[in-house]
Design a protein around this ligand. Structure first.
Ligand SMILES: [Zn+2]
Length: 259
């Protein structure tokens, strides 16, 4: 398996996008000796989409997929974008899921953020409204791609079905999901109520997940703050690097096309 390129290469590749109009900067992580890459693209008056990757440091194809999407001009110009190219740089460098303090950053979006990374995101997004948030991940146990779509009460799935179809049409493997598949939820009686599994799709009961998760994932925090749709894409870590990058490209562009 191809190793993840160094983090410095990722940061340099983002800075190299400045001539394309991508506004790239480093955001301070208060209380930690590191910064987060942050990029903005498009007319700020347009409806805004949040894109992020790398919140788990051992899922390296996701940040490189996000870079390639921006670099190749695949983002729909109807929207403005606020982009977190790698939400957990210390984990990326160490090749660990958690950050340097051993925290799962994607369980730290409760309250004002319980890690320096989550606090940096909340600070940067203060008073912002988003029409969608997309978060790119990878899964070690999976052999196919899948999508999380959290649903508020009374809502029916809208995005995940067409995204799975697009992945399939493009020739990517789609994950079979059953109760035996580990989705990393905390143990408890409510977990069974939380997820409705379809092929390639995890439909999440937003209200149950809000109760069950002690530390919120970023997707739920976006929804809590009014973002209508917050999707998480997973590619299978055991598959070839280029395939995982390509699958994320299809998932992101399809999701945007449905808005
Ligand atoms: Zn992950």
């Amino acid at each position: 398996m191809r190793e993840a390129p160094p983090y410095d290469d990722l940061a340099a590749a983002w800075r190299a996008l400045r001539p394309l109009g991508v506004r790239v900067r480093e955001v301070a992580c208060v209380g930690a000796p590191r910064t987060l890459l942050f990029a903005e693209l498009g007319n700020a008056a347009a409806p805004m989409v949040s894109l992020s990757a790398g919140v788990h440091g051992d899922e390296p194809a996701a940040p490189w997929a996000l870079l390639s999407i921006v670099r190749d001009g695949l983002l729909d110009s109807r929207f403005a974008y606020r982009i977190w190219p790698c939400l957990n740089p210390s984990g990326y460098v160490a090749g660990t899921r958690a950050n340097a303090e051993g925290e799962d950053v994607n369980r730290s979006f409760s309250r004002g953020g319980t890690t320096p990374e989550a606090r940096a995101v909340f600070t940067a997004n203060r008073d912002r409204r988003f029409v969608m948030a997309l978060d790119l991940h990878e899964d070690f146990e999976a052999d196919g791609c899948y999508v999380y779509e959290p649903l508020r009460p009374g809502f029916v799935p809208y995005f995940s079905g067409p995204i799975v179809t697009a992945l399939e049409d493009a020739g990517f493997p789609v994950q079979e999901l059953s109760d035996k598949f580990d989705l990393g939820a905390p143990p408890g009686s409510e977990v069974a109520e939380m997820y409705r599994l379809e092929r390639g799709t995890v439909l999440v009961d937003y209200e149950v997940e809000m109760r069950v998760f002690e530390g919120l994932p970023s997707s739920l925090a976006f929804m809590y703050r009014g973002t209508p749709a917050a999707l998480t894409f997973e590619t299978p870590r055991p598959r070839p690097w280029d395939e995982r990058v390509a699958a994320h490209r299809v998932a992101v562009t399809t999701a945007l096309s449905l808005l």
